[in-house]
Design a protein around this ligand. Structure first.
Ligand SMILES: Nc1ncnc2c1ncn2[C@@H]1O[C@H](COP(=O)(O)OP(=O)(O)OP(=O)(O)O)[C@@H](O)[C@H]1O
Length: 267
């Protein structure tokens, strides 16, 4: 499925060979409310994410990161511009795990499998396989209140993967976790990304997290949100922020982010 949100007659995606992107935003603008009554939140965003690429989207609070992710997820429509996701509706994961507390971990995952059209007879085996993938083997019957914050996010990740999409959108999924748990989950998500050859678009305002995860870091400016700068991250994995390469790049990106925040405050 292509999420057809074309408002422009000469779709900018035309002419590209099929399969060279998993997500394409072309000249995307977003204004909430009636045009002319409010400043745009996103202004002329064009971004390709290649199949299998891990991109982190970084920016100051309120710059439009979640808005952009919601547009890619198909939860909202751009005011103008196009968004293409040739592989179909992406899976989405938020900071809030949003698990149903009255269901077990396994049943939460099975619900997503049911919505994805997996046959009833196969759901429990598949849910257990996904729990194994996120290193929660044996937790099928655990209820949400029995799980730690990190374990809940693992179940939420398994539930996102149950949707069967190759494109995973993540909106600050680890922001509420302590630093050590977050580091462990960074290793897990990069392992699963590589194993499953997922395309990941990951929103964060944490520079260190952006550098640890990404092949490419995209910095958004504020009011309106535009692509300010991109960095390709070639550091070896597994990455440690204490390594000289990661630390230096984080310092450089933080400086740029500070500049964006200062520019925004002056306006
Ligand atoms: N449904 C909406 N209606 C009106 N304004 C909205 C709506 N959703 C977002 N906004 C506004 O759009 C701007 C961008 O919000 P968004 O949540 O995308 O930013 P963000 O970069 O994800 O912020 P944070 O890092 O704090 O989560 C904000 O000014 C917000 O108030």
């Amino acid at each position: 499925m292509t999420t057809a949100l074309t408002t422009s007659p000469d779709a900018p995606g035309a002419g590209h060979p099929v399969g060279d992107f998993a997500v394409r935003l072309s000249h995307v603008h977003k204004t909430f409310g009636r045009p002319g009554t409010a400043a745009p939140v996103l202004d002329d965003i064009s971004l390709d994410v290649a199949p299998g690429e891990f991109v982190t989207l970084l920016g100051a609070s309120g710059c439009g990161k979640s808005t952009l992710l919601n547009l890619v997820a198909g939860l909202d429509r751009p005011t103008s511009g196009t968004i293409e996701v040739p592989g179909g509706r992406p899976a989405l994961m938020f900071q809030d795990h949003a698990l149903f507390p009255w269901l077990t971990a396994g049943k939460n995952i099975e619900l997503a499998l049911r919505l994805a059209g997996v046959a009833k007879a196969d759901r429990q085996t598949e849910a257990e396989r996904l729990l194994e993938l996120v290193r929660l083997t044996g937790s099928y019957k655990k209820r949400v209140h029995e799980l730690s914050g990190g374990m809940r996010q693992r179940v939420a990740l398994a539930r996102s993967l149950a949707q069967g999409s190759q494109v995973l959108l993540m909106d600050e999924p680890f922001a509420a976790l302590d630093a050590i748990t977050r580091d462990v989950l960074h290793d897990e998500i990069t392992r699963i990304w590589a194993e499953r050859q997922l395309t990941v678009l990951f929103v964060t305002h944490n520079v260190r997290e952006a550098v640890c995860l990404a092949q490419r870091v995209v910095l958004l400016s504020s009011r309106p949100g535009r692509i300010a700068r991109e960095w390709h991250v070639d550091l070896p994995r597994p990455r440690r922020i204490e390594s000289a390469g990661a630390a230096n790049l984080s310092i450089e990106i933080t400086e740029e982010l500070r500049g964006e925040i200062r520019r925004h405050v002056q306006h």
